[in-house]
Design a protein around this ligand. Structure first.
Ligand SMILES: Cc1cc2nc3c(=O)[nH]c(=O)nc-3n(C[C@H](O)[C@H](O)[C@H](O)COP(=O)(O)O)c2cc1C
Length: 343
């Protein structure tokens, strides 16, 4: 029998766990439609806020692919070991217009048993609650509060905020929750010494689910030019990001309980990686780099790979959630008795 791929994320039901994560590929109506048509259970629209400076930062976006020895790879190649380094800003479309586009894309997604989320990133904290209320008024069904933007410190002050403390995560989450009754996912940064504390703060302040994590900010000198790659700091991730992210997911599940709905992100490149995210405790996975570089076909490939894994394991998607984390040992519990010789 075919496995059941459906999963729940608190109030939201998804027909499978593969979500198209926010990024440049989801900064237009065509992109949002293409992600849903390609089979994503949900697609997170490019993050936005009210600030002109955040929108303007879109114009300096640039990306490059790096080999495992930190050299720039030619466009068109995507070895699994490649890292993506980039600069990014916010959706280039003015806020009101962007909301209208997302609402239309979400209404269309609904007919296909899928979702399109708005992603709001804090700019001016006094404006944030209004933005959240307007997402709901526009008829969009699901909101992500993006507290993970790695570029926040590199742009114009006041354009993008990325909080690192539980107190600030709590304040921003509460301010959004107070004005918006939609299912609320809060996306957290990887650049914190304690992502679990941030997850707890978001959850206790009204988040229905937690997305973890965004990417790191890096710095890489080019040996030939002796200048920084891209000329600036840049967000960076690769398949190496996966175990680092899975640790935060596993630790959050252990600290906050199996009831905490988690959306994983950072480092997934195929269906086996989605299964790894689920085994750590995520109920769904946002994939961005692989879609951005490989194209929309990556979504179907990854859903099919996940399904093949589940067929082989004779399990449904929900059976995987947290199964590895629930069997993790403390170092002191490791059994040191000699193993029997293999025959
Ligand atoms: C070019 C690019 C732009 C991105 N822009 C956003 C964004 O606007 N909002 C957001 O929440 N995440 C953004 N992300 C992060 C992705 O949604 C995702 O969480 C991250 O890239 C890790 O997943 P991955 O390893 O599948 O790429 C961006 C990622 C990339 C590569």
């Amino acid at each position: 029998m075919a496995p059941d791929l459906s999963v729940s994320l608190g109030p939201v039901q998804l027909r499978h766990p593969v979500v198209c994560g926010s990024g440049e590929h989801l900064a237009s109506e065509a992109g949002l439609r293409a992600a849903i048509d390609a089979g994503a259970a949900a697609a997170v629209a490019k993050s936005a806020n009210e600030t002109p400076a955040g929108r303007d930062q879109w114009t300096v976006r640039r990306w490059t692919l790096l080999s495992e020895d930190w050299r720039e790879l030619p466009a068109g190649t995507l070895p699994r070991s490649a890292s993506l380094m980039n600069r990014s800003g916010l959706a280039p479309t003015p806020w009101d217009e962007w909301l209208t586009i997302i609402a239309r894309a979400d209404a269309r997604a609904r007919e296909r048993d899928a979702w399109v989320l708005a992603s709001v990133v804090p700019g001016d904290e006094r404006e944030l609650p209004r933005l959240a209320a307007e997402v709901e008024q526009a008829g969009i069904r699901w909101l992500e509060l993006n507290l993970s933007a790695p570029h926040a410190g590199e742009g114009v002050a006041g354009a993008i905020e990325r909080p690192d403390s539980p107190e600030r995560v709590s304040e921003l989450t509460r301010s959004v929750r107070a004005r918006c009754g939609l299912p609320l996912t809060v996306k957290l940064t990887a650049e914190s010494a304690d992502v679990v504390a941030l997850a707890r703060a978001a959850r206790e302040s009204g988040a229905d689910s937690i997305a973890m994590t965004g990417r790191h900010l890096g710095f890489l000198p080019d040996l030939r030019t002796r200048r920084p790659v891209l000329g600036t700091f840049g967000a960076i991730s690769g398949s190496w990001s996966l175990p680092l992210t899975l640790r935060w997911i596993a630790k959050s599940r252990l600290a906050l309980g199996a009831e905490l709905p988690i959306v994983g992100s950072n480092g997934a490149r195929d269906g086996d990686d989605v299964a790894r995210f689920l085994l750590a405790g995520a109920s769904a996975v946002q994939l961005a780099t692989v879609v951005f570089l490989e194209g929309w076909g990556a979504i179907r490939r990854i859903v099919d790979q996940l399904e093949s894994y589940l067929v082989e394991a004779e399990l449904d998607a929900r059976d995987l959630i947290g199964d590895a984390t629930d069997h993790v040992l403390a170092y002191a519990q490791v059994d040191l008795s000699p193993r029997p010789e293999a025959p």
